[in-house]
Design a binder for this molecule. Structure first.
Ligand code: ADP
Ligand code: ZN
Ligand code: ZN
Length: 734
């Protein structure tokens, strides 16, 4: 270790698990921690982020390269966030530079000045206030108009608020500035202004008031609160009331939601209710919008920040409360690259900030319920549906031996007809898009398979094509069987398009909306379809799990799960939990006060214990039983897992790498290594995939093992031949 004067530790955007040391050029002012620097890296120049300043380095003096340019005088990343990211990088075993890339808006990553997020605003001066605009009207009508507008505004105004003054308003404003009547300044811009259609809050019921009291009583320190209540029990009202209290204390609220496209109603309620500007952070923003919203959050201009997963890294000037809505939702976990759980990181962040965090759900994850049981999280319950709506009635429809027409039993069709005749809406759920999951030759049994995956091609009616849902490979349906040249190719099995065709035939005069990924591809398409559904433009709503999310559909009185077996017997150990969450969520969309909903579940396994307990006793009893099963099987949350995945173009290579990796691990007491085994779908998009599972009852021991092991995997001989990744706390075993 040599003392070399000022050494700057830099995180560079490259796949390395460590930081890089740079020398500060003589006489250069030291950069700030959390600020950006331009550095030479290999043959390139990259924008790095300064994570620390020191005087010692292991790098030889002559090999130590110098920083080229210091880009920021002020940190772009507050220390709190920088530390959170460093922690997350270690916990999830992901290169720090790439973690930072997730957190930083792309414009900052590319070295753009932070000022681009500032907006010019104008405000009336005391002199300007005393001028009678009318005296200007003749000579300078535009100045008069602007003066009038600004005289009436207590706040500085930006160009978007002044646009109705057409023509050369900028020049007119400058002249007003020169006269000393108006003052110009810069302020951070936010992307969403508060709405002017304020709606009033309902009087909270007893349980809601209690929940709000419990949350606001916790505002002075860290606590994790689980707000559990069925859909429509009024959780959002609790978030809003708690937000009011936080804003009154002058602090900010960060609300994380799984998918903004699926939760426009929630966002609309926040904008309509709260008399403050909001920042929205989600993947649909342009780079400039994202930077603006990011700065607005970080400067405190927007007291409320709403965003998806990566908004957990939004800077906050005065953090007061974090809320994670639908905390059980899997889209809160990133499934590639930096595989972090936004929910878990939000809890870590709240703890570091000493602020409370509320996790809301109608169907909490078993992980969260286990934390409640262990006394780590505090549970708040909203037992009733707000507005007095009653819980829907569940009915299991045993379809064994029954004739099914395109998946629909006669009893289901009859019930459906009754609801439709009564002028009500029905929601049918089938978690498989396309027309049929298989295309089969009736002569010889040939099945259309994906060339690149171990998967069947899905038959799509539109365009008469088959397509792979894993890699998008596809082709038109051949006129003859490629194997025996027979003409009789048949779609086998059920997809939403097929049920749609059957329903249109059975109910030709009834409007139908199909809502799945195929029918909602365009921007805003999902929202348009859901809005049409809510306006009652169609009586039948048919779709995949997308339909179960976000929207209240009070006119729906019948919910039908067309194929429950699909959910109950998934290959993943979390399949029953996911199915239960889906069922309860979708059931929660149905019915309202005067008209209780009815939920029909078609299954070949009516006695399935988890299904029985779920519909007769509810989600709570289900989750207790499911937790017992997990405990017996030593599965999460009773153990912790990490997956090392590898893929390559040849079948043996991933195994060779994983075996080397396994051998390179220091055996650790309490950590079991299982595998390598082929992934459940071994070949995907032309690559063979295998995995090694690490399981432990001691998370710390696993973490210690990963910390020394993962950085060394790059050096393994076989590492060059595979793509590999580590997934800590994996949600999917695929
Ligand atoms: P959740 O977020 O749990 O699904 P919401 O907060 O959206 O529940 O409430 C469901 C519906 O009931 C909304 O239309 C909401 O305006 C209404 N609501 C919630 N709380 C009350 C209340 N205390 N009094 C009357 N209506 C309420
Ligand atoms: Zn054939
Ligand atoms: Zn494929």
């Amino acid at each position: 270790m040599a003392n070399c004067g000022a050494i700057v530790q830099v995180a560079v955007p490259a796949p390395f698990h460590h930081l890089f040391d740079y020398r500060l050029p003589d006489a250069a002012p030291p950069p700030c921690v959390g600020g950006r620097v331009l550095v030479p890296f290999g043959k390139r120049r990259v924008v790095g982020l300064v994570t620390g300043l020191t005087t010692e380095t292991l790098i030889e003096q002559r090999r130590l390269r110098a920083i080229e340019t210091v880009l920021d005088a002020q940190p772009v990343l507050p220390e709190e966030l920088l530390k959170l990211l460093l922690w997350a990088s270690r916990y999830y075993q992901h290169p720090i530079g790439e973690c930072l890339a997730t957190a930083l808006p792309s414009l900052l990553r590319h070295g753009r000045p932070t000022e681009s997020a500032l907006e010019r605003v104008w405000q009336i001066t005391p002199t300007g206030q005393s001028i009678t605009a009318n005296t200007l009207r003749r000579r300078a009508p535009r100045q008069a108009r602007l003066l009038e507008i600004l005289q009436q505004s207590a706040q500085p105004m930006g160009c978007t608020e002044l646009v109705d003054a057409d023509g050369d308003w900028r020049g007119a404003l400058e002249r007003l500035v020169v006269r000393g009547w108006v003052e110009a300044s810069n302020r951070p811009v936010y992307t969403l202004r508060h709405s002017h259609t304020q709606s009033a809050a309902p009087a909270l019921n007893t349980a809601q008031s209690q929940a709000v009291r419990d949350i606001t009583a916790a505002l002075s320190g860290f606590q994790t609160l689980l707000l559990e209540g069925v859909t429509g029990s009024g959780k959002t009202e609790v978030y809003l009331a708690a937000t009011d209290a936080v804003l009154a204390a002058g602090r900010q609220v960060l609300l994380l939601v799984p998918e903004i496209g699926l939760t426009p109603q929630l966002v609309a309620r926040f904008t309509n209710r709260l008399d403050v500007p909001l920042a929205l952070l989600h993947s649909g923003l342009s780079a400039a919008e994202r930077l603006k919203a990011w700065h607005a959050a970080g400067s405190g201009t927007t007291p409320v920040v709403i965003g998806t997963r990566s908004a957990v890294f939004a800077p906050l000037a005065r953090p007061g409360l974090i809320v994670v809505d639908e905390e059980h939702d899997t889209s809160l976990k990133q499934q590639d690259g930096f595989r972090y759980s936004a929910r878990d990181l939000a809890v870590v962040r709240a703890q570091r900030l000493s602020i409370p965090i509320v996790l809301g759900s109608a169907t909490p994850s078993l992980e969260t319920l286990y934390n409640v049981r262990r006394g780590r999280y505090r549970q708040l319950r909203l037992p009733q549906r707000a507005g007095g709506a009653v819980t829907p009635r569940f009915q299991v429809l045993d379809v064994r031996g029954k004739s099914l027409r395109e998946g629909l039993s006669q009893s289901l069709t009859q019930r459906l007809k009754m609801h439709l005749d009564a002028g009500q809406q029905a929601l049918l759920l089938l978690n498989r898009r396309g027309f049929a999951p298989t295309l089969l030759c009736h002569e010889c049994g040939w099945i259309a398979l994906c060339r690149r995956c171990d998967a069947r091609l899905i038959y799509h009616h539109s365009g008469n094509r088959v397509r792979c849902h894993h890699c998008d490979y596809g082709h038109p349906v051949p006129a003859h069987c490629p194997h025996c040249a027979g003409p009789d190719l048949r779609p086998l099995g059920l997809g939403t398009q097929r049920v749609e065709a059957a329903l249109r035939l059975a109910f030709p005069d009834v409007g139908l909306l199909r809502i799945d990924r195929d029918s909602t591809r365009g921007k805003g398409a999902f929202e348009a379809r859901m809005a049409a559904a809510q306006r009652g433009e169609a009586q039948i709503l048919l779709g995949t799990q997308m339909l179960a999310k976000g929207h209240h559909l009070p006119e729906v009185t019948l919910v039908a799960i067309i194929d429950a077996d699909q959910g109950l017997f998934g290959s993943d150990f979390r399949a029953p939990e996911r199915f239960a969450q889906l069922l309860i969520q979708v059931a929660g969309r149905a019915g309202r006060a005067a008209r209780p909903g009815e939920v029909i579940i078609q299954t070949h396994h009516p006695e399935h214990p988890l299904l029985q307990i779920l519909i007769h006793k509810g989600y709570k009893d289900f989750s207790e039983m499911a937790l017992k099963e997990r405990e017996q099987a030593h599965l999460p949350p009773f153990s912790a897992m990490a997956l090392l995945r590898a893929e390559a173009h040849t079948a043996d290579t991933p195994h060779a790498f994983l075996n080397q990796a396994k051998a390179a691990a220091q055996p650790a007491q309490g950590v079991t290594m299982l595998g390598p085994v082929p992934a459940p779908m071994e070949r995907r998009a032309g690559r063979y995939r295998a995995q090694l599972l690490l399981q432990t009852t001691h998370r710390d021991v696993l973490q210690a093992l990963l910390r020394t092991w993962v950085p060394r995997l790059t050096e393994l001989k076989q590492a060059r031949h595979v793509r590999w990744s580590v997934d800590v706390d994996p949600l999917e075993m695929l």
